[in-house]
Design a binder for this molecule. Structure first.
Ligand code: ZN
Length: 244
């Protein structure tokens, strides 16, 4: 049963290797689907931004953000390999509304790389809000990728800065370690999780988002847009129950 289900996955990887047209054929089969996945040595769980500022009571709280913690803790027992990302800003970061006189959180502004949504101050170096939640019990996590530490560039993705060209090194790390499939979970579905998943796909990894292990912010239709972008890019959406 499991082997049967895994076969299309291997074909997907092959199509990816062929690139271009074949990759879009693969993408057309994406979206919510059921399958049973048993993580192997080539699979890694990427846990995105489970930090106090994104949890209830935090400065940029994601609704029900804390609900992902038990789901992710359980998932992490299924994976031999896990990395974490951590939003990590200096004070006065350019993505904060407070850095732009007259602007309020969730409004947008133009920065040198394009439109930037402005956020409440969050995940500032050395504050409790920036800490990865202690309730996340993943001592085996092998690396923490910090993002958004350059004052002038925000970063949603674990792979590439918001200017869409400055790499973080995560793709190289994953390739060097031989990973083929990337499974994303965490906060928030429509920003850091989606961008991380989209960039994982672009970097050539077979990519999954585990939907019940994520929660979204959903500002101005951002959640629907993120789901559509991920579907079109061939990111597969699954449930934590699909991971055996
Ligand atoms: Zn941030």
């Amino acid at each position: 049963m499991r082997d049967t289900n895994r076969a299309p996955t291997r074909r997907g990887a092959l199509q990816l290797a062929l690139g271009g047209a074949a990759a879009s054929a693969f993408a057309s089969g994406a979206g919510a689907q059921t399958m049973t996945i048993k993580p192997s040595a080539h699979d890694i769980l990427v846990v995105v931004d489970v930090q106090y500022d994104f949890l209830p009571g935090g400065s940029l709280a994601v609704p029900e953000g804390d609900a992902v913690i038990p789901v992710i803790n359980r998932l992490a027992t299924r994976f031999a390999h896990v990395v974490l990302t951590q939003d990590w800003h200096p004070k006065g970061h350019s993505s904060f509304a407070s850095s732009h006189p007259g602007k309020k959180p969730f409004e947008t502004t133009q920065l040198h790389y394009g439109t930037q949504i402005l956020w409440p101050d969050h995940c500032i170096w050395g504050t409790r809000g920036a800490e990865i939640a202690k309730e996340l019990e993943i001592p085996k996590a092998q690396m923490i990728v910090r993002k958004g530490y350059r004052p002038e560039i925000d970063r949603y993705s674990g792979f590439i800065e918001a200017d869409r060209k400055t790499p973080t090194g995560l793709a190289g790390y994953l390739r060097e370690r031989g990973f083929k499939r990337v499974f994303c979970a965490g906060l928030a579905t429509d920003f850091c999780v989606a961008w991380t998943a989209l960039d994982a796909r672009k970097a050539g990894f077979e990519t999954y988002v585990i939907e019940d292990a994520c929660r979204g912010i959903d500002t101005n239709g951002s959640l629907a847009r993120a789901l559509k972008d991920m579907d079109e890019a061939g990111v597969r959406r699954i449930a934590s129950a699909d991971v055996a």
